[in-house]
Design a protein around this ligand. Structure first.
Ligand code: UDP
Length: 239
């Protein structure tokens, strides 16, 4: 088994990915697939932390569009990410992976608060840490939270699990002529508006020289494979 080129990584999974083939909510089969994939990465000796989105349950922007106060709606969105994080924790523990959830919004009866040093210690002990409630602030996304936590945790790379096997010039599910990129720079992503992650997340990754690796989370063991340098993915780096 080849040694992964990383020591500590952050995996960002959107809420949408957790829906599997459903239109809303959680798909337990999908949670199991991701949990088994994460178990594979941990078995390679990697330290793994995760950020989970909430778009499968509630997005602040959608709430605001229907007349809700944006800050209030973003609070609901952040709580949605906590629900997903608890579901992911449950799936990981079923797969035999020791896990801790740390929330940016204190929810003492459900999970730990976000404490950087404690999170690092958990990972050193082989536990997977799931960061919930995004950044804890409205007007941000969990993509930005992923870049923030990856930088804070001194991760070697940020892995973004998406619906397709990398970054394309257009949505390949809608446009068969979409071009797939092997490597991109942060500036390419920003200037071509490629929609890999939002601009705040890309800027934060760029400032911290944090490579972003985009891969298809729906393929079984895709995360573990990419970790070994196998499979298909797009890398976003400085040059
Ligand atoms: N959110 C927020 N601050 C953050 C992260 C998330 O207010 O730092 C809210 C926001 O309303 C967002 C929702 O949580 O719409 C769910 O997160 P996101 O849309 O990033 O989830 P994903 O698209 O990854 O499923």
């Amino acid at each position: 088994m080849s040694r992964p080129p990383y020591k500590r990584v952050l995996l960002k999974v959107s809420g949408e990915a957790l829906m599997g083939t459903r239109d809303y909510g959680l798909d337990t089969a999908m949670l199991r697939t991701i949990a088994e994939d994460v178990r594979g990465a941990v078995a390679l000796g990697l330290e793994v932390c995760m950020v989970i989105g909430g778009g499968n349950i509630f997005r602040g922007i959608a709430g605001a569009a229907s007349g809700m106060d944006r800050v209030q709606a973003d609070g609901m969105g952040m709580l949605a990410t906590v629900m997903n994080a608890l579901a992911m924790q449950s799936a990981l523990e079923k797969a035999g992976v020791v896990t801790r959830v740390q929330s940016a919004i204190p929810l003492a009866s459900l999970c730990e608060p976000f404490i950087r040093r404690r999170a690092i210690r958990h990972m050193e002990k082989g536990r997977v840490v799931i960061f919930a409630a995004g950044t804890g602030n409205p007007f941000f996304t969990t993509d930005t939270a992923a870049a923030l936590r990856a930088a804070e945790m001194s991760c070697d790379a940020l892995f973004k699990g998406t619906q397709v096997d990398g970054v394309y010039s257009a949505d390949p599910r809608k446009n068969p002529n979409a071009e797939r990129y092997e490597t991109l720079t942060y500036l390419d992503v920003l200037s071509r508006d490629l929609g890999v992650m939002d601009a705040a997340a890309i800027s934060l990754a760029r400032e911290n020289k944090l490579p972003i690796i985009v891969f298809n989370i729906h393929e079984p063991d895709a995360f573990t494979a990419v970790m070994r340098g196998e499979g298909r993915f797009t890398t976003v780096v400085e040059h």
